[in-house]
Design a protein around this ligand. Structure first.
Ligand SMILES: C[S@@+](CC[C@H](N)C(=O)[O-])C[C@H]1O[C@@H](n2cnc3c(N)ncnc32)[C@H](O)[C@@H]1O
Length: 303
């Protein structure tokens, strides 16, 4: 299966030549870091790590390997995210299997996990029995990272997407925390569905869909063309889930509990106003780019 613009003569099909031609190919399609992308895709297609790749520049590919590599390369040329093509990613230094049913976990979301762990340490609850609710679990990245780092926690992880729940369950097994997480498919915006969330939670955490419907079209192709829309926008003004979390938390969160959420660019002020109706302590933390990203809420001043 020739890929336009790529070397195809069999004598050229060793690792080094393929890397060079596929780097040029991706570059032509405007893919940033084309060499790194080509290396990662080739590693995945022939099951070698990057060091092994460099040590085996002369190794030719089998026909099957070549077919697989070219297929994946073509996908990348259409701007499909590398993580979907590889079928895996890393979050909070843990491995996650992913596919196009789930949002690709973002580095900013690691700050959300950190906000929970910082709170648990500060309140000396890291070793207590903690009950956690993760709203919109997707790949399960938040729920699983917390289950890994909080010894005695039990996490309830919910999502509207049955496909996402399946991915998250696989990831919980992969990371050996499946016994600490209960997964449930439900619509958090439907009050009838919330009856099953009838515990008193120590922590409610969420990275909800926060893009407004009108802003969806402005997202980069890599995002709007490939990630699940249900994970990105709320079909409204971008604040639906914050309103729902503000309504839900006062009755389901323990008095000394924590509600912590990821927010989008420019949403801090409105989310703060929504939360002020219910919480006395509201903290906003910025991400690596100085953008307000995490809003943490408590009922009581604990220091
Ligand atoms: C921004 S993604 C976050 C995924 C994951 N927690 C992460 O941080 O990478 C939002 C998630 O919320 C889920 N979701 C969307 N609408 C929902 C609803 N009404 N009820 C529950 N989950 C919903 C989506 O399926 C998606 O997995």
């Amino acid at each position: 299966m020739p890929v336009k613009g790529m070397a195809t003569a069999s004598s050229n099909l060793n690792i080094l030549n393929l890397l060079n031609s596929s780097t040029d190919y991706l570059e032509k399609y405007g893919i940033e870091n084309s060499r790194l992308n080509a290396e990662r895709i080739l590693c995945s297609a022939i099951n070698l790590n990057r060091v092994q790749l460099y040590l085996n520049y002369d190794r030719p590919l089998t026909d099957l390997e070549l077919l697989d590599f070219k297929k994946r390369l073509k996908r990348r040329a259409t701007s499909e995210p590398l993580q979907y093509i590889l079928g895996e990613t890393e979050f909070f230094s843990l491995p996650f299997k992913i596919n196009s049913d789930v949002l690709i976990p973002r580095p900013e979301t690691e700050l959300l996990v950190e906000s929970v762990l910082t709170w648990a340490k500060a309140t000396k609850k890291l070793n207590s029995k903690l009950s956690v609710l993760d709203v919109g679990t997707g790949s399960g990245c938040i729920a699983i990272s917390l289950a890994k780092h909080i010894e005695n926690c039990i996490v309830t992880a919910v999502d509207i997407s049955a496909e996402a729940i399946e991915v998250a369950q696989d990831n919980a097994r992969l990371n050996e925390v499946h016994e600490k997480i209960n997964f449930s498919q439900l619509n958090f915006l439907n009050s009838n569905d919330l009856d099953v969330l009838n515990e008193n939670y120590d922590i409610v955490v969420s990275n909800p869909p926060y893009i407004a419907k009108d802003e969806f079209e402005n997202l980069p192709l890599e995002v709007k063309g490939f990630e699940p829309p249900v994970a990105l926008h709320d079909k409204a003004d971008g604040y639906l889930f914050y309103r729902a979390l503000a309504d839900f938390s006062p009755s389901r969160l323990k008095k000394d509990g924590l509600l912590t959420m990821e927010i989008g660019l420019g949403q801090a002020e409105i989310v703060k106003q929504l939360m002020q109706k219910h919480f006395t302590e509201i903290k906003i933390d910025a991400d690596f780019n100085g953008i307000d990203r995490i809003v943490s809420c408590q009922f009581l001043h604990l220091s």
